[in-house]
Design a protein around this ligand. Sequence first.
Ligand code: BF8
Length: 620
Amino acid sequence: MKHEKTLDTQAIPLIKRAQEQGITTAWERYEKQLPQCGYGQLGICCTLCALGPCRIDPFGESPQRGVCGADRDTIVARNLLQMLAAGAAAHSDHGREVVEVAFKTAQGKAEKYKITDSEKLKRVAKEYGIKLEDKKEADLLKELCISMMEEFGTIKEELQFLKRAPKKRLEIWQNLDVIPRGIDREIVEAMHRVHMGVDNHYTSILLHGIRTAIADGWGGSMIATEMSDILFGTPSIKETEVGLSTLKEDEVNIVLHGHNPVLSEQIVMAAEDKEILELAKQKGANGINIVGMCCTGNEILMRQGIPIAGNMLNQELAIITGAVEAMVVDYQCIFPSLSEIAKCFHTKIITTSEKAKFNGAIHYQFHPENAYEVAKQIVKVAVENFPNRKKDRVLIPDRPQRLMAGFSVETILSALGGSVKPIVEAITSGKIKGAVGIVGCNNPKIKHDYGHITLAKELIKRDVLVVVTGCSAIACAKEGLLTPEAASLAGDGLRSVIEALKIPPVLHMGSCVDCSRILVLLAAIANEIGVDISDLPVAGAAPEWYSQKAVSIGSYFVASGVFTVLGVAPRIFGSKKVTELLAEKLEEVLKAKFAVEPDPVKAAALIMDHINSKRKSLGI
Ligand code: BF8
């Protein structure tokens, strides 16, 4: 079954249903925006202050400056920095919330939370220079939380996890003066710099973007990942199912959507509450089916093996199945359209974060202290909504796809016998040519999932190991690439390695904040060989990116020495100088740069050239 908008066969009947019933989805809204504003696409429209909106003539005619006098280079760079800062803020604020929950847990104020990975707690506390002695775990956690909270501010002026980076990388950052001094500080400074009349030099603006992105990848995101592991467990291999068909005809369906695992973990527990299960029975349901969506989905998939219904462009379609009693959201990547679409069905949209409220949704305010109570109330609302489901309007696609996930760095290392040496040997011998992280979103500008799946397939067949996070991981999962059987699509060398380990050729490393796991793995490999990350035959790609967070991720990949290919053009082409800086000159200082290639087959070729040249330089 083929479709022009998506590669996801389970999405097709629902897109058709939406069209037949006059329900507007992201694809139609995108079409209604066409042609999108040319000035905006080039990044030369400035709406930052009330002197404007100003725009620069792309063909060199008048006007060439905004009312304040800013030229195209300043405008493009400022717009990009503002976008990046929003992304870094989103990841890092998420990280802070996990630390806050951990802090309350340590203080005994959040009784339904506990320390799940004590080993990791000790390891990370030690990294932070906290003396273990014979301290109680709760005290250790408290000290660690305080140390991490200090990294958001300005007192400490350094981020501990930067020390995980190879020495050569740290030196590059020091020489370039882009070492972050505090996570919030860099984000606030980014917003300061984009104010009218502050930073007007494009290089200076973009270098601060690099600093802010490092504060995200090696700071806020890494804190989110590590503290989530301590609280909820470090992921280990899990097998489950993916796709809209994970929704069940005879059960109460609850979709958990967004990014932060702090409430969703409690909902997973609440759905096992006997009293609520009894209520579900009374309402005529055979059980309660929890499924994930987007990165909240990835979090509970990686740790609990909860099935995942889909990625970013699947969210509206899940409601259109007519089988969802409640879609519970926290924040980020949640379409404001959901409550409108939900009006056509019985689905309740439930918001839970004070900072992410939606028109037409019911709000249940989550606090760490009352998390389980709120979780129970939410599950109850969903159960009570079950009798409102109209059976004749239910359309659940068939055949969910199996998948294997849970590849944290710890899991990968233990599969390899405790060290990265076997990966290094496989790369050196040429069985594995290199490794590529495919990350990021969906975007209706690219056929849904096509960019991710095509690029992953092109790479594995050329003996490149692929790691995935975020919506990319979900796309590859739907295609069956996260199963050991997908080894048949890999080249002979890669196949021999993964078959021996009984793992898929595409490894799911988690949510988008878990791109920090990719950094940790790369650093471990580079340190093992005694080189910088930029010397490794590795690359990054975001074939269908849309979000501000993806701008930050791409930037910290490049800042960390990873050549990164974008499938959707960033809004920079209005400035030749900014474009040249990002696509060429960055290489001189960071030993890595960006490329833009919408065609994933051509992107794979670009990546292979890069991998082969790195192999040559390493003499392998
Ligand atoms: O943080 S990949 S669409 S869901 S931004 Fe959003 Fe993009 Fe999906 Fe996860 Ni990441």
